[in-house]
Design a protein around this ligand. Structure first.
Ligand code: NAD
Length: 432
């Protein structure tokens, strides 16, 4: 399952050879909670981002000698394309001196929140810049665009904290939208989910087990759900996180009722991670191969949401996080069933988020790319190698990368981050 090429490329002699031959050079990624700094902040004068960063304990510079840990440009004041040259002036002199594993963040205003077409045009242009920087800078540097709604200045903290930390190491080239409001900031940043209950489906192994561990680390009481056949593995995960195991096949006709019976006190966080593949071209696929994938990946999350909401079991201020896939964005040969289900997860997020916003419930999804799991270890060698290298970080992600992204979305401070699809794919070329 390990990435032997990456280990070789990161060894002394291996690195020299990889450089000489111009081969992919996967950087070693830092995945800890420490925030990149010092931050060189440019753009809008008197940007409120400065206060937020200072509150987070990050050193902020207006100018100063490199190296910097992060470059942040507040572009929210730009109202005309002629002003985009300010981005060139800011990034050009610092492009080479940003530290290894550094962070680039551009803050803007969503085009839909702009008062005039010219402002919307300039703000939309920021996407091209950030996605290109993600592809150019290399050395494990990530680049994101964060659109902050008017009145969302204080709500951006949890998103900045995640994007500046090592926990977002495999997230790059993304556009995140932060809504208006003033969500509560946790008193204990090490355990932001203290007092919350989280249901994680498909938690016996792979990405689901990592989600259970990560939410447990952050203080949540975890209810780990998986099929009855997963007994020992599920119990091991539940014990490890001092949570509870629920053995249930989500496609069982009575599954929603049975699940509700397991949750008499309700839940705060629901992560729809359980998912399956039955890969075949549509010409060769039998009906069961189609139905079973749609049932697990899409109909089950819909039914669970409905069951919890109808019974009042998802608390106000709750979180729903779906697990989509880049196959749901780009499509994939041999995966019409899977890609349909995962595109449906995106539809579920976009249609449900506005409905629940009044109760403070957020609905988002992550869309993983190539993640090192038992599933991807079984892929044919050449396909696996292509999956690993065809992204800006030249390597596969780890289950924990998906889990950390979900932990950010689940955090109390992310209460105005809703309706987002965040790819965890190292900026994969697929569907980019
Ligand atoms: P996995 O197969 O290792 O784990 C999936 C878990 O879901 C298993 O424990 C399985 O028993 C459980 N499950 C399946 N059907 C179920 C049902 N009917 N009821 C209850 N539980 C059920 O998969 P993984 O690689 O950890 O993937 C987790 C999620 O991430 C899936 O939704 C998958 O589609 C998505 N994803 C994975 C990758 C990747 O590279 N591994 C990429 C994109 C998306």
């Amino acid at each position: 399952m390990g990435d032997r090429y990456a280990s070789f490329a990161n060894s002394g002699p291996g690195h020299a050879l990889v450089k000489r031959l111009g081969l992919p050079d996967p950087p070693r990624l830092r995945r800890d909670a420490a925030l990149a700094g010092p931050v060189l902040l440019g753009g809008r004068p008197a940007s409120p981002i400065r206060d937020t960063l200072t509150k987070m304990g990050v050193e902020v510079l207006d100018a100063g000698a490199p190296p910097h840990g992060a470059l942040i440009f507040d572009a929210s004041g730009l109202s005309d394309s002629s002003q985009l040259s300010a981005l060139y002036e800011f990034f050009h002199p610092h492009a080479r001196s940003l530290r290894r594993g550094g962070r680039v963040i551009v803050v803007g205003t969503a085009p839909s929140d702009c008062p005039a077409p010219r402002a919307a045009t300039a703000q939309r242009a920021l996407e091209g810049l950030t996605r290109s920087i993600g592809k150019e800078f290399g050395r494990g540097i990530t680049a994101q665009l964060v659109y902050v709604a008017p009145g969302g200045d204080t709500a951006v903290e949890s998103t900045l904290r995640f994007l500046l930390s090592g926990r977002s190491a495999y997230v790059s080239g993304q556009v995140v939208r932060v809504g208006p409001g003033n969500p509560p900031q946790p008193t204990d940043t090490a355990r932001p989910l203290d007092g919350r209950t989280a249901l994680v489906t498909g938690a016996a192994r792979g990405i689901g087990a990592a989600i259970a561990r990560t939410l447990g680390r952050d203080g949540a009481t975890v209810i780990a759900l998986d099929v009855p056949g997963s007994g020992d593995a599920l119990a091991a995960v539940a014990n490890e996180v001092r949570g509870r195991a629920v053995q249930l096949d989500l496609t069982h006709p009575g599954a929603a009722d049975r699940l509700a019976a397991h949750l008499p006190d309700g839940v705060d966080i629901v992560v729809h991670n359980a998912g399956i593949t039955r890969d075949r071209t549509i010409a060769k696929m039998d009906a069961a191969g189609w139905d079973t994938v749609l049932a697990v990946n899409l109909s089950a999350p819909e039914r669970i949401n409905d069951a919890l909401l109808e019974r009042g079991l998802l608390h106000d201020g709750g979180r729903i996080v779906g697990v989509s896939s880049i196959a749901g964005i780009a499509g994939n040969r041999g995966q019409t069933n899977y890609a349909t289900s995962k595109a449906g997860v995106i539809g579920l997020v976009q249609s449900t988020a506005p409905v629940l916003i009044g109760r403070g419930i957020t609905v988002n999804a992550v869309a993983p790319g190539f993640i090192e799991t038992a599933m991807t270890a079984k892929m044919p060698l050449m396909l696996r190698e292509a999956g690993r290298r065809m992204n800006s970080l030249s390597q596969g992600g780890l289950p924990v990368d998906v889990a950390e992204t979900i932990a950010w979305l689940a955090a109390p401070g992310s209460g105005t981050v809703t309706g987002n699809i965040v790819r965890v794919c190292g900026q994969s070329l697929l569907g980019a």
